[in-house]
Design a protein around this ligand. Structure first.
Ligand code: AMP
Length: 426
């Protein structure tokens, strides 16, 4: 079969690597892709935002399945448009993508169906939001309702910080995303990312992962899209996974189906594991980045039949096998990220690095020019490795990182540290 993958990040490189390894796949295309994806797929200069162009391409190339990486095309309804044109697509409809596209929508769904989450209120203007903040006190969390490219959440340590965040959002600091806000209780616990494949009625738990959001070691510095990840997340024990499925994921699926907007695709639950159990921080309606990179390294089964089963509503009785090994990925970013950074700097040593046992490098913001690999974004490379333990995977990943010659890049040196500390105690 022929598959088109949409996206250009490390997540899409990992998906392309796994999809491309399937014996079911004849041709794999990726739009727009990057220099690493070009080793697995034929990259095409298509804009995923131009649905008509994507549909025309699918017809011309006889595409059997479109896999959508990022959230923006999903929230813009690309799956609806592809399906209307008779093209199978993996991902939720526009209506179902509201689980990520509107935080207020998800909070109301949790309230209506007793899904554990932080206590909250929604506001359409600043005065009432600030009153609520003053009544509740700090710490407290202020969230823009809409998609804000990871910048829409402020965990405020003081009432003044929360009020400033409310002003910033209602004054248009995040564009239309901040026209409505959610103010919610600050949860305490350990965070984990949990993934389930969904076919509208059935959810199949994938694996868990933990990522590192801050730019610098010891979780200091500004928030980023993610500087590294590892899987499995030790906090997601079998019992915690069961509770997450029965208390959070399955009721969500039932509610979405009952609303007439069944959820298909991958559901990514950002969780806080609290003293009372798992609570939902937020949903994403696509694979996580960089979590997908470690999930794909651990997945033994062919991914393509699972994606098809999710599209076709036949996940019931479906099973996936995982390697028992742990996986870890270190993100290498351009100096300055998540602020301003330079593009076009030269990266060398990638072949040496890829030669380290158990290592797999996934590209994010890269492009190839005259046989050289150049940085072309903020997050640029994912240096991934597997190992019997998270510590072993970490050793391999950093051995590979140290072979990469890129003076204009940086990475954290402590990815996996919490899991490794637990392994030390085990
Ligand atoms: P989100 O974009 O909703 O995942 O939020 C980004 C980050 O903000 C999360 O990964 C958490 O670290 C933090 N966060 C969001 N909501 C809460 C909350 N209610 N309590 C504590 N931390 C939160």
């Amino acid at each position: 079969m022929n598959i088109l993958l949409l996206g250009s990040g490390g997540r899409e490189h990992a998906l392309a690597w796994k999809i491309g390894a399937s014996p079911l796949v004849q041709r794999l295309y990726c739009a727009p892709g990057n220099a690493g994806i070009a080793q697995e797929a034929e990259c095409v200069a298509l804009d995923p935002g131009d649905h008509a162009a994507v549909i025309a391409f699918c017809k011309e190339k006889r595409i059997d399945l479109v896999v959508v990486g990022p959230e923006a095309p999903l929230c813009a309804g690309i799956v609806d448009d592809l399906e209307a044109a008779g093209i199978k697509a993996f991902g939720p409809s526009r209506a179902a993508a509201q689980l990520e596209g509107s935080k207020g929508f998800t909070k109301d769904l949790c309230r209506a169906h007793d899904i554990p989450t932080a206590a909250y209120e929604r506001f359409g203007e600043p005065a009432a939001a600030k009153n609520y903040v003053r009544r509740q006190g700090a710490p407290i969390v202020v969230k823009a309702d809409g998609l804000a490219a990871g910048k829409g959440v402020v965990v405020a340590e003081t009432v003044a910080q929360a009020e400033a965040a409310i002003d910033m959002m209602f004054e248009g600091g995040l564009g239309r995303a901040g026209a409505s806000v959610v103010v919610e209780e600050c949860l305490v616990g350990e965070e984990a990312s949990f993934f389930a494949l969904c076919d509208g009625t059935t959810a199949l738990a994938l694996a868990s992962a933990q990522d590192h959001k801050r730019a610098f070691d010891d979780d200091r510095g500004p928030n980023t899209g993610g500087m590294g990840a590892y899987s499995p997340a030790p906090v997601m024990t079998a019992a915690m996974t069961r509770r997450t499925m029965t208390e959070i994921v399955e009721p969500t699926l039932r509610a979405m189906a009952a609303n007439g907007t069944p959820y298909k695709g991958v559901l990514f639950a950002g969780l806080m594991i609290t003293a009372q159990g798992p609570k939902l921080i937020e949903y994403n309606v696509r694979f996580g980045d960089p979590e997908t990179q470690v999930l794909m390294l651990r997945l033994m089964s062919d991914l393509v039949p699972a994606l098809l089963a999710a599209c076709d509503g036949v996940l019931k009785d479906f099973d996936l096998r995982w390697y028992p090994d742990a996986a870890l990925t270190v993100v290498m970013a351009a100096k300055g990220y998540p602020g301003d950074y330079a593009k076009g700097t030269v990266i060398e040593g990638l072949e040496d690095a890829a030669g380290v046992e158990g290592v797999q490098i996934f590209h994010a913001g890269t492009r190839a020019e005259d046989g050289r690999i150049l940085a072309n974004g903020g997050r640029v490379l994912n240096v991934g490795a597997t190992g019997e333990t998270v510590a072993a995977a970490q050793r391999r990943a950093y051995e590979a990182v140290d072979k990469i010659r890129w003076p204009d890049g940086f990475c954290r040196r402590d990815i996996g540290r919490r899991a490794i500390a637990r392994e030390g105690k085990a």
